[in-house]
Design a protein around this ligand. Structure first.
Ligand code: SF4
Length: 219
């Protein structure tokens, strides 16, 4: 069992799967830069959070609920959870639904996030969560994702890797990859194509740039 202070944010899973350096910059160095993709994602989630709650007999929709698993060491928020109730009022089934901008992706970035939410719901409601759903804005439909063994294993491997990087406190070096870097909100700060940006901490780089600018201005 993990304690409250030692929980991994579910959002970190998509960052580490996208790029280990991006994960470290955001979650270890606390660097964040908004770009079009992150801004659109934020607006979408804000819209989801103000949606109404639908409730029928034996069915309930809960938007924007905070979840955690002390057993797996995870904490986060579900865009939507659909709860199917048993006649005695208990939860018989829980389905997490995650809203995403864009289209279904080849990488598992969205699926691991859904799986981590499923872990939390299983612990909260004491029911197995067999599926989750992803709703992509551009596709206007839900895709059902099996929360199967391989996805569960992959998700827990990522959590273990996050804990490794957290305890080491190091930021992996920058390696330019067109597929990820060109979509990365931290491209300008990370500078993967600049020789020597390597494993340097971005906050040190930013500080050195501020010092250089001040010197130029005679401050
Ligand atoms: S620019 Fe590339 S190497 Fe740097 S954090 Fe983003 S994806 Fe990773």
């Amino acid at each position: 069992m993990y304690c409250e202070d030692d929980l991994v944010p579910i959002s970190a899973l998509q960052h580490i799967l996208f790029c280990e350096r991006q994960y470290a910059l955001i979650h270890i160095e606390q660097v964040w830069e908004e770009n079009r993709f992150t801004a659109e994602g934020k607006v979408l989630h804000e819209r989801v959070d103000v949606e109404h709650h639908e409730s029928r007999r034996l069915f309930r929709q809960e938007y924007g609920i905070a979840v955690r698993s002390l057993e797996r060491g995870l904490i986060g928020k579900c865009d939507l959870v659909e709860l199917h109730l048993a006649p005695n009022g208990g939860v018989a089934d829980a389905v997490p639904v995650e809203f995403k901008r864009g289209r279904n992706k080849e990488e598992d970035v969205d699926r691991v996030q859904l799986c981590a939410q499923a872990f939390c719901l299983e612990e909260t409601f004491k029911v197995p969560v067999a599926v989750g759903q992803l709703y992509y804005l551009q596709e206007h439909r839900r895709t059902t994702v099996d929360i199967d063994g391989p996805l569960r294993a992959k998700t827990m491997e990522l959590v273990a890797r996050i804990r490794q990087l957290q305890s080491a406190g190091t930021t992996p070096p920058a390696v330019y990859e067109k597929r990820t870097c060109d979509r990365c909100s931290l491209l300008e700060l990370c500078m993967p194509e600049s020789a020597g940006s390597g494993g340097k901490r971005v906050d040190r780089f930013v500080q050195s740039q501020i010092r250089a600018t001040r010197e130029e201005c005679g401050q």
